[in-house]
Write a protein that binds this ligand. Structure first.
Ligand code: E4P
Length: 222
């Protein structure tokens, strides 16, 4: 499973990249708006840090505008993937952009039919928003399961990017279901690594080692 970071924070992206397990980044207008500075420069810097797809979302709502913005984002860096919202206009823009050879991540996917149409339009990624469905008492992970199943039936060349993951169990479930990618905040990535038994075990190993070294030193000086 590929691990993407869902942020526009350069500090967080550098921290995750240093771990050596970061495969890409997803941004959205909300995340970019939280950061200081020019979004274009931020995206370029992200592309310098991460070797992998970096999603940049369009904000136009008509197909022509989306395609125009998408071309602009895509021209910034070869790693940029154009993010389009899953609307009728988004679908039309995805068809145009994918035919021109640009990769599209169809975002705000909340139903299997939206994912199916996105794949047919030529999207390279679909982003089902798990957490936002959970937020309204609808099992978000069932959507991921449906999409993985449907894409498997027809071998669409479109990756399932489980998005809006809010905790490590979301990542575990998405991986169990065979989602190709999970995108998450840094807090979730860090929580995936943490285990109290690892910390306790390591402390015990190091304490025992120090004790043994001291005992050996005492023996050799007598
Ligand atoms: C994905 O591309 C989105 O940016 C993101 O996962 C949304 O997550 P949220 O629902 O926690 O805002």
């Amino acid at each position: 499973m590929k691990i993407f970071l869902d942020t526009a924070s350069l500090k967080e992206i550098r921290e995750a990249a240093d771990l050596g397990v970061l495969d890409g980044v997803t941004t959205n207008p909300t995340l970019l708006a939280k950061e200081n500075g020019d979004p274009e420069q931020s995206l370029l810097e992200i592309c310098r840090i991460v070797e992998g797809p970096v999603s940049a979302e369009v904000v136009a709502t008509d197909a022509e505008g989306m395609a125009r913005e998408g071309r602009h984002w895509a021209a910034l860096h070869p790693n940029i993937v154009v993010k389009c919202p899953c609307t009728a206009e988004g679908l039309k823009a995805t068809r145009v952009l994918s035919r021109e050879g640009h990769r599209v991540n169809m975002t705000l996917i909340f139903s299997p039919t939206q994912a199916l149409l996105s794949a047919k339009a030529g999207a390279s990624f679909v982003s089902p928003f798990v957490g936002r469905l959970d937020d309204i008492s609808t099992p978000g992970m069932e959507l991921v399961a449906d999409i993985v199943n449907i894409f498997g039936n027809y071998r669409y060349d479109c990756e399932v990017l489980a998005a809006s993951l809010r905790h490590p169990m979301h990542v575990v479930e998405a991986a169990r279901l065979g989602a190709h990618i999970g995108t998450m905040p840094l807090s979730v990535l860090n929580a995936m690594l943490k285990h109290p038994l690892t910390d306790i075990g390591l402390k015990r190993f190091l304490d025992d080692w120090e004790k043994a070294k001291k005992e050996l030193a005492v023996k050799t000086t007598h």
